[in-house]
Design a protein around this ligand. Structure first.
Ligand code: ANZ
Length: 645
């Protein structure tokens, strides 16, 4: 919907109210929020935050205000800042608010209001809430009475108030809310500050904390205390209540499309809307000739599908012809995976309990709120209904980054997708696969580059040449220091690569293998040349490490090096802890800049460990006595300087 017209046919797009089916996900808002807590550290933080914001819990108060010109008619408002009520200088209804039509019916305002409402409904909610856009409104000719002051304030409709949030009506406090400030300056409405900004504040609306002013019994209180006091004041008088509001809306599952699962509901003229009885489920999607929309769902044109009988009286009834959002299917497919052949039920509880939750889920960040929230919701509902035990579907979540090319996301509609076929021809599938691992941390977006594939291709070729040619040049001789050193590199690499793979840090795993490849070549070119036994051991490790990433090339090398087993079935090798240990270095320990001790430490020692080692040194303790050092300066792995006064 660009420029208000259909992007395919140019027909003007307008919003209409339709009767639709929803899932009441809002009933689960609090649980969906609370259960994000244990996912800390297991799910990417940004996904947790996106879900928190999407659910959007706000605490505040809801209270009612009488319409001055219509005694007995009230408007309810939701506010997160009841403490600012004395600064309300106008009130605003969403243009779609039912009270609007009721108030202006028969007045001279009616036509102008109708025109305004129509214009606003053509805008998207995102545009309406945008801080960039100038806010537009219309005075209704009525006033709302502020319960705190007993005074009337003018009542407006404005585009920046939405019918779909809170009560669809607000008290406007320009002194403390920037949207209200913008509106007040545009329409020349008074501004009263109710929180005293700091002296150096030079903004407009002040949203920070500070003592309440111009607010009678609230004066002097900080925001938190004033909110509680104002809310209690409303509650005592029966004018309002504390209120928790969620941004999350109910999930609209109706689609007027052919492709989708039919919504299993029927309507009987006598008994109303009824669910299709369990023994008639699932309602299968019929094959139809014509899927084109004609102002109603395509299934509505299939008379045979539509005609059914009422589950209560057996009389003629109509099937629902809307189909379900495909997010419904993706919310529980993994449950079906636990029992895919079950002809009688979606899945067996014991099987679902055995397999679920999913240990490791992988998906794009684009699923942060919809799919991942819907799947969590389904799991909770099905768990509540006794279908399975777990309350959360995905124990660990990994979100991979996006591959871009020439600055754009690769997509079919942009036509900038890299078709792999020509690369297979030139480099082979393994070099391309290895390049994908090498591109960068898989959580980050990455830029595709043809030169990069060239790099992994060259690396595989170098390893191949060792196996295929240079290995033949090795000799049987006694081991030397060079042999011991290359074995150390091999075990160190294996330890690194194992850890990297566990952490999904594939790019560093590939980098480690490349370094290992270079070390091997340097070893072979060294003064004593290669020793057969050493090289065999080293190459076996190299091939086993490459196997998961480049299975085809690795298997060929496995055979060439005399193995007859199936490489893919070989276990991951184990490293020798002693050989894998990093080299040690001599760490100098100073007291006030003078060398007092020397300690052998691993080259990868942490700052913390280096500091404690230094402080544990007898010779250092001698200078410290019972006292504590003033400062410990650590330069890992070479130096610790303990400063005492
Ligand atoms: C008066 C006020 C004074 C507000 C103040 C804020 C600051 P969150 O935090 O997102 O929940 N509001 C309420 N319903 C609205 C609607 N349907 N459309 C547009 N705005 C709406 O926001 C709650 C605040 O958003 C409410 O608190 C209300 O403005 C506004 F210093 O009331 B407040």
């Amino acid at each position: 919907m660009g420029d208000g017209v259909c992007e395919r046919c140019g027909t003007p797009v307008e919003k209409r109210n339709l009767d639709q089916w929803f899932f009441k996900i809002t009933d689960y808002a609090q649980r969906l929020l609370d259960d994000l807590e244990p996912l800390k550290g297991e799910w990417p933080e940004r996904v947790r935050v996106m879900q928190q914001n999407w659910i959007g819990r706000s605490e505040g108060a809801q209270f009612r205000m009488e319409i001055a010109e219509r005694p007995g008619t009230f408007v309810e408002v939701f506010t997160t800042r009841p403490d600012t009520s004395f600064g309300m200088t106008f009130a605003v209804l969403a243009p779609e608010h039912p009270l609007v039509g009721q108030l202006v019916a028969g007045t001279s305002q009616e036509a102008e209001v109708a025109e305004f409402v129509h214009r606003v409904t053509l805008q998207t909610e995102i545009d309406r809430l945008s801080t960039e856009k100038e806010k537009e409104g219309l005075f209704l000719g009525f006033h709302a009475v502020n319960p705190f002051t007993g005074k009337p304030v003018p009542l407006f409709i404005a585009d920046y108030v939405l019918m779909t949030y809170g009560t669809g009506a607000i008290m406007a406090v320009p002194g403390q809310d920037q949207r209200d400030w913008d509106f007040a300056t545009r329409y020349d409405l008074p501004i009263i500050r109710t929180v005293l900004p700091p002296d150096d504040f030079d903004g407009e609306a002040f949203t920070g904390d500070g003592p309440a002013v111009n607010s009678e019994f609230l004066d002097g209180m900080g925001v938190e205390e004033a909110v509680a006091t104002a809310t209690a004041w409303l509650e005592e008088r029966g004018l309002g209540t504390a209120k928790v509001q969620f941004r999350l809306r109910d999930w609209l599952v109706s689609r007027q499309r052919y492709w989708g699962c039919p919504i299993p509901m029927v309507t009987c003229p006598e008994h109303g809307m009824l669910p299709v009885p369990d023994d008639q489920l699932p309602v299968l999607l019929p094959d139809i000739e014509d899927y084109q929309p004609k102002g109603q769902s395509p299934l509505a044109a299939d008379a045979e599908f539509v005609a059914t009988s009422c589950p209560v009286c057996g009389g003629p009834a109509r099937r629902e012809t809307d189909t379900m959002d495909t997010f419904v299917d993706s919310s529980w497919y993994y449950m079906r995976f636990t029992d895919p052949g079950n002809p009688a039920a979606p899945f067996d509880r014991d099987k679902a309990d055995y397999w679920l939750p999913v240990d490791q889920y992988i998906g794009g960040i684009e699923h942060a709120v919809l799919h991942l929230l819907y799947a969590r919701f389904f799991t909770k509902v099905l768990s509540d209904l006794g279908f399975l035990t777990t309350q959360e579907p995905f124990q660990r979540l990994f979100t991979q980054g996006m591959l871009t090319r020439d600055g754009a996301k690769m997509s079919k509609s942009k036509g900038n997708v890299v078709a792999p076929d020509p690369y297979y021809e030139t480099y082979g599938a393994d070099a391309i696969r290895l390049y994908h691992y090498f591109l960068g941390p898989p959580t980050d977006d990455a830029v595709w580059s043809d030169d990069g594939v060239e790099g992994t291709y060259r690396f595989l070729n170098r390893v191949w040449r060792i196996v295929d040619g240079e290995a033949a040049a090795t000799v049987d001789r006694d081991p030397t220091g060079a042999d011991e050193e290359i074995l150390r590199v091999a075990h160190r690499t294996l330890k690194r690569v194992s850890g990297d793979i566990d952490r999904f840090s594939f790019n560093t795993a590939v980098a480690a293998l490349m370094e290992y490849g270079n070390a091997l070549r340097a070893y072979l070119a060294g003064p004593g040349g290669g020793r057969r036994e050493t090289l065999d051991a080293c190459m076996e490790m190299m091939i086993l490490m490459l196997a998961p990433m480049t299975p085809h090339v690795a298997h060929e090398m496995w055979e060439i090096t005399g193995h007859t087993s199936m490489l893919a079935a070989e276990p991951w090798p184990a490293w020798d802890e002693e050989l894998a240990a990093l080299e040690t270095v001599t760490m100098v320990v100073q007291v006030n800049g003078k060398v007092r001790d020397r300690v052998e430490v691993p080259a990868d020692i942490t700052e913390e460990a280096a500091g404690s080692l230094a402080l544990a040194s007898e010779r250092v303790r001698a200078y410290l006595g019972d006292g504590e050092p003033d400062r410990v300066i650590v330069r890992v792995p070479n130096l610790v300087n303990v400063v005492v006064r």
